[in-house]
Write a protein that binds this ligand. Structure first.
Ligand code: 4AD
Ligand code: MG
Length: 465
């Protein structure tokens, strides 16, 4: 067994085999006690729960015990017994302790008192050692696993789309460029522009904002694919819901129309939330207790209720007739702000909403035009507390219409000719969507700031660690 010579605390706390010798290794959360007996709460990251080490002080070197403080890493050996105290089932009557690494209380920043999330962001390299981030990161792992399981069980193929691209999928124009040119002295063309033909890729390139366009190539060959990788947006939006580097899951399915796409999105989200309820009980209970008293109720509510499906035009009408004062104006043709999305979801319907058929002007070039010539088969899934959690659409599969849209928007054909070619040969109706992984995690963990659901957040003016 590749156990590192220890039993994980998560397994110890479940065991029914008592009165046996065990070895545990982990980091000290707290130490308390008196002259005769000391109690150490030990955590090894496998669970939110600690194991209690009971120490008969007389049998230990006093200097060693003094160096075992909050944050220290130790190996302890002893007998697993039923606990005398309340709050835990088992504890260890400790026979020996080896100190792997001390943590000087004068300098170690994570003392046992609760720290603010703002402070923890400044020391993000240490935050995985806190209860909060342990819980969030275990849930993050569980959700990543559940995503792969969901698609694998349904015959989707995981397609690896490139992170470096020469195209701008969303037409958002907020991209990070990738270059090896000397920025202080770049080569120039005769007319004074930067000469990208001398750059690494021989043309301007950037970090991808989405794997969708390449994902469509996969769907139009393999039927149903999904991507799951990092995406990058250089928008300068300092909000609790935006990151410059975030992870996105993008399924893309041949022969799916918008209705099928909505079914898939709803089923997928409910599966993931149910998975968290079934597999992350202890961590969710901790986050509920510490941050969000309605967390578990909210998760169950989403799993148990049908999402509302609504035309953008009807949504706009509801907002305009609501009598509600909004910071941003509402009228047909304008994009919805988070305050509008949350009004529909939290106040009006009190359920998740899938908003469809948006005006073509506020959506990307690749969305399928409706018969009215004004709206496209877009869908945004709107969630309580989050606003938009998923964005997707049926894709324009008609070559002429897609080409016309590309021309109208002045998208250089040299960037997207290969994408257009999919509509030239063997085109098919197809649809897909993108789920923001950290938006999902915001919802599932109940955390309020997206910086607190990713181990190392990248936001404007912040790329530490
Ligand atoms: O709505 P978006 O921009 O859609 C796309 O990128 C499409 N290519 C998806 C597709 O159809 N395959 O982004 C999709 C989702 C959003 O709904 C949101 O959850 C998340 O990605 N997202 C962000 N998450 C964190 N930080 C940001 N800056 C985000 N921008 C979008
Ligand atoms: Mg969107």
């Amino acid at each position: 067994m590749l156990s590192g010579g220890r039993i994980k605390i998560v397994d110890l706390l479940k065991t029914t085999e008592l009165d046996r010798d065990v070895v545990v290794k982990g980091w000290v959360r707290t130490k308390r006690g008196n002259k005769n007996v000391a109690f150490i709460a030990l955590n090894d990251g496998s669970s939110i729960n600690n194991i209690q080490l009971v120490i008969d002080v007389a049998h230990f070197d006093e200097a060693l015990l003094r160096r075992i403080t909050t944050g220290a890493c130790i190996c302890a050996e002893g007998k697993l017994v039923a606990s005398q105290g309340a709050g835990q089932g088992v504890e260890i009557q400790t026979r020996s302790i080896e100190l792997y690494g001390a943590a000087d209380p004068e300098t170690y920043p994570l003392q046992k008192k609760g720290h603010s999330l703002e402070f923890l962001r400044e020391i993000a390299y240490l935050r995985p050692r806190t209860n909060t981030f342990g819980a969030v990161l275990r849930i993050r792992h569980a959700m990543a696993y559940a995503i792969h399981k969901y698609f694998n069980d349904r015959g989707f193929f995981y397609l690896h789309t490139p992170l470096i691209t020469g195209s701008d999928a969303e037409g958002a124009g907020a991209m990070f460029s990738v270059t090896t040119l000397d920025l202080n002295n770049p080569p120039r063309t005769p007319d004074g522009k930067v000469d990208y033909s001398q750059d690494f890729f021989g043309k301007p390139c950037n970090l991808t904002v989405s794997g969708q366009l390449e994902g469509e190539l996969g769907a139009l060959a393999m039927g149903q694919i999904y991507t799951f990788g990092p995406t990058f947006r250089a928008e300068n939006s300092n909000t609790p819901r935006h990151l410059a580097e975030f992870w996105m899951i993008e399924p893309e399915v041949a022969f799916y129309e918008l209705e099928d796409n909505m079914e898939l999105a709803e089923d997928f989200l409910k599966y993931l939330i149910r998975y968290a309820l079934d597999h992350c009980e202890d961590d969710l209970a901790f986050l509920q207790k510490m941050y969000d008293p309605e967390l578990i109720e909210r998760l169950k509510f989403v799993v148990d209720n049908e999402f509302i499906r609504l035309d953008y035009s009807v949504g706009i009408k509801i907002l305009m007739e609501s009598g509600q004062k909004f910071e941003f104006p509402v009228s047909w043709g304008l994009d919805l702000q988070s305050e509008h999305e949350r009004f529909l979801v939290e106040k009006h319907f009190k359920k998740p909403v899938i908003l469809i058929n948006y005006p073509k002007e506020i959506k990307a070039f690749y969305m399928k035009l409706n018969e009215d010539g004004k709206t496209v088969r877009a869908m945004d899934v709107l969630f309580p507390k989050i606003g938009e959690i998923i964005g997707g659409s049926q894709r324009e599969d008609n070559y002429d219409k897609l080409k016309q849209r590309i021309e109208e928007l002045h998208i250089p054909e040299k960037d997207v000719w290969w994408y257009l070619d999919t509509r030239r040969w063997g085109s098919a109706p197809h649809s897909g969507f993108g789920l923001g992984f950290e938006r999902l995690l915001l919802f599932v963990t109940g955390m309020a700031n997206i910086r607190d659901v990713i181990p190392f957040p990248r936001t404007p003016k912040n790329a530490d660690f």
